[in-house]
Design a protein around this ligand. Structure first.
Ligand code: APR
Length: 276
């Protein structure tokens, strides 16, 4: 569990100094929902892909690899597909920040749509790595029907059928609107940077800060806080005369709940979470 004094300090800072908080989320926020993160040793997704015979783990989300061989991705897709997972306490905390008019933007790397499911308004969410919510042909970009896609993904293990574009003369592969390695991030990510640079606090939760350009958002010279199992990025390396930083190491749901207790929001948090 993280140092309680640091949680009290962060609660006081939020109460006294914050009007615009920007979130930076990673897969660690959804592990308590049952979705593995990517890089945790043993439990992370990348440590459990041996059955897919990949040249290297990230290939499953690499666009050039997918175009040549979409089988590993579709073998994995049903394990990640939204609908069977419930938002975590941390997702409800983000919804609570919005209710208290403190949420400026929720920039997430996660593709599970749990921020939306928790009730965070979509205009406050930047899905920097896309999401499973929609899909389209990689060749002609024609959108593909949601219900048909869900059927292909959920029945892939039995039918081994890969969805292809129905447009005459196309037949291109269908891919969810997830940003694969080798693809550019959506315009919403780049337009979010000015908002991040003006934040009173950047709250980084559940990410290894290993993937660019997303990770670079945490480098703006504004106050920042890390809520994570381990120390990541350049947290802990700020000079004393730089902007304030808070480092809270531990399970994000535990830390978030204690932070809400310090803010007098614990009851609201639990009520919001119970309603998801
Ligand atoms: N509470 C706090 N931190 C946690 C928890 C938890 N319950 N569970 C995991 N973590 C931490 C891990 O210790 C790790 O530091 O969250 C971080 C997750 O890091 P990654 O697995 O690398 O996930 P992420 O940072 O989201 O990956 C970024 O990589 O593969 C690409 O596109 C993919 O969006 C993904 C990107």
């Amino acid at each position: 569990m993280s140092d309680n004094a640091e949680i009290k300090e962060l609660a006081n800072f939020i109460r006294d100094k914050c009007k615009n908080i920007v979130l930076m989320l990673g897969a660690g926020v959804s592990t308590a929902a049952g979705i593995p993160d990517f890089r945790s040793p043993k439990t992370g997704l990348y440590a459990n892909l041996a059955r897919l015979n990949l040249p290297y783990p990230e290939a499953v989300f690499d666009i050039q690899f997918f175009l040549k061989n979409p089988v590993p991705f579709y073998t994995l897709a049903h394990e990640l597909y939204p609908g069977k997972f419930r938002p975590t306490l941390t997702h409800s905390f983000i919804r609570l920040l919005h209710s208290h008019n403190l949420l400026s933007l929720c920039c997430t790397q996660n593709i599970d749509t749990l921020e939306r499911r928790a009730g965070v308004p979509s205009e406050k969410i930047v899905e920097a790595h896309g999401s499973f919510a929609t899909q389209r042909c990689v060749r002609c970009r024609t959108p593909f029907d949601d219900a048909k896609m869900k059927d292909f993904v959920m029945n892939y293990a039995q039918k081994k059928l890969i969805p292809r574009c129905g447009k005459k003369g196309c037949g291109g592969l269908i891919k969810p609107d997830i940003v694969f390695f080798g693809e550019s991030l959506p315009p919403s990510f780049f337009s979010s940077q000015s908002v991040v640079s003006k934040a009173d606090l950047i709250l980084v939760i559940g990410t290894s800060l290993t993937v660019q350009p997303f990770a670079s958002l945490s480098l703006y010279p504004v106050p920042r806080a890390l809520i994570n199992l381990d120390l990541v990025g350049d947290f802990g390396m700020r000079e004393s005369d730089e902007e304030r930083e808070f480092i809270l190491l531990g399970q994000c749901d535990d830390i978030v709940r204690e932070l809400c207790r310090e803010l007098g929001w614990e009851e609201e948090l639990m009520k919001l979470w119970e309603e998801t």
